[in-house]
Structures are given as C-alpha cells and as structure tokens.
Design a protein around this ligand. Sequence first.
Ligand code: SAH
Length: 219
Amino acid sequence: MQLVDKAKHQGSRKRLVLEIQEMGIESQQVLDALLKVPRHFFLDSSFEDHAYQNKAFPIGTDQTISHPYTVAFQTEVLAIKKGDKVLEIGTGSGYQTAVLFHLGATIYSIERQHYLFDKTKQLLSAMKIKAFLHYGDGYEGIEEKAPFDKIIVTAGAPSLPEKLFMQLAIGGMMIIPIGTGTQVMTLIIKTSNSNYRKVEFDNFNEATFRFVPMLKNKQ
Ligand code: SAH
C-alpha cells in the first residue's frame, strides 16, 4: 500500500476545505481535521484526481465514500469533543472514521460488507488511525460498549433504528439520514430513555445528502 501525500494533494485539499467552509461549515476543529486527512488514500489510486472534488465517489461493491461536505456537516452537527465515545454505522472507506479520529474521539465503527471491512481495516492501520472496527449489522449497534455519546449513521435508514437509540447516552446526539426515497438529515438529541428532540435539516441540496441504503444483516 503506497501512501504518499504530496504538495499537490495538500494544495488540492486546502482548496476543497475552503470550498466546504464557503458552503457554511464554521467549526475550525472540523476544518482542521479535514485538512489532516489525505482523502486520496481512501480511493483507488487510479481515481486519485477525484479525491479533492466535492462529491461522493464509488469505493467498490456499490458503495460510496461520503461527499466531503456531508462528512463535514455530520461531524460539525455532532460537536465532537476529545474523548467522546462515538459509534459510526457504515465504515465504508474509513474516511469519516479518520476525520473523527483527528477530533480525538474514541471510535467504534460497524460495516456489513466483508470486503470493505477488510480493506479499510488494513488502510486505517497503515495510517495509524485507531478505531475499533466491527464486522456486523449496524442496526444492532454494539450493546456491550453502550452508551455512546454520539452516533453517526452514514447510510440512509428507513426510520430511527430502535437499538441505536437505546445505546445512545442520555444527553447524547445521533445524526442520521432518514427516509427511503427522499432522505432527511436528522439530528436526534436524547432527553430520556423514552424521549428525544428531533431537528430536521431539510434545506439542503438533495444530491449532496444522498446515502446508500442501510441494509439489514451482514453480507
Ligand atoms: N462513512 C463512509 C460512508 C460509506 S457509504 C465513508 O466515508 O466512506 C455507507 C456504508 O454503510 C457502506 O459501506 C455500506 O456497506 C454500509 N452499510 C449499509 N448498511 C449497513 C448496516 N446495516 N450496518 C453496517 N454498515 C452498513
């Protein structure tokens, strides 16, 4: 695995981060974390030129690396603090995982596709990014590691997954795209074991927030 971050990559990354900032991301910590993660490591080298464009991109087996702005948005909304215990559903390429790592989170991440799980495990370890990677069904969460301060779902769910809500700490936050046709980016703030406050971000360009579906069971 060749991991080279050249000046030209860094230059393109700065331009991308500036673009994301202009789109409304204000958190300096999030912008700094994006600057630190060489996004081209997460794409096959033949697609390197696409790494610093503000778009989602195929990563194999019908899955996509999330749109950079979407990663920034979901991360900013969760206001990740150093030491936060974060559960990520849909490890995919590991790009979002790497961004969370640079914000100081303790990360548990679940992926249901074995091919991606293996590939990303290797990459993150080569990059010295620490995260607990699980091969399994994200709908189940990781009960023995609950409660989580924050949960980030990077696949579109038909509705709020019950077990994930149960595994969220009281006062914790979950960001999740909900819906089968049109997806609405939704923030869940857990106020008690049976109650939550919901904020829907529906004023976004649909193409930006289009997620692959969250599917049941492993593959
Ligand atoms: N955060 C990733 C986004 C990948 S796309 C990145 O930045 O690259 C969403 C991922 O969710 C895919 O890899 C898909 O396989 C995975 N996924 C879909 N349903 C899932 C489920 N039930 N449990 C775990 N992962 C799931």
